[in-house]
Design a protein around this ligand. Structure first.
Ligand code: RB5
Length: 150
């Protein structure tokens, strides 16, 4: 599976540490930045990951900022992106199995690095269930996008 990862300055340290850990597990990971702790703007990094997913440069995305929330809000502005903040293991697999989430958002200031590592692998190993009730809800989300996003 190809994975794309990015952070703002608030997630820079976790992004670098987690990138190495993910690569050790034989995932192909592209680092889309940021590349220093210089203060920058989380929407830029959310856009980079969202576009990479939509252009099929990666199947799953990981975004890290201080809280996980800012990058999540920004990533969800792209049609076809389903981003979620998950700071527990249950959400990390259920969001894929039920909601077909394709971008995981984490907050460096919220959870420890070991939990972040576990959540990432839980998310990457999870698959959409294709159960009809979940597919129906996903279709409704796509219909909302069609009605409301240009
Ligand atoms: C940066 O200070 C911080 O606002 C950002 O990383 C993020 O947490 C926003 O949601």
């Amino acid at each position: 599976m190809k994975v794309v990862i990015a952070s703002d300055h608030g997630g820079f340290q976790y992004k670098n540490t987690l990138l190495d850990i993910i690569r050790e597990q034989d995932y192909e990971v592209s680092d889309l930045g940021t590349f220093s702790e210089e203060p920058d703007d989380y929407p830029d990094h959310a856009e980079a990951v969202a576009k990479a997913i939509l252009m099929k440069a990666g199947e799953r995305g990981i975004l890290i900022c201080g809280s996980g929330v800012g990058v999540c809000v920004a990533a969800n502005k792209f049609r076809g992106i389903r981003a979620g903040v998950c700071h527990d293991n249950y959400s990390a697999h259920q969001c894929v199995e039920h909601d077909d989430v394709n971008v995981l958002c984490l907050g460096q200031r919220v959870i420890g690095i070991e939990l972040a590592r576990e959540i990432i692998f839980t998310f990457l190993e999870a698959r959409f269930s294709h159960v009809s009730r979940h597919q129906k809800r996903l279709d409704k989300i796509k219909a909302i996008e069609t009605r409301n996003m240009k």
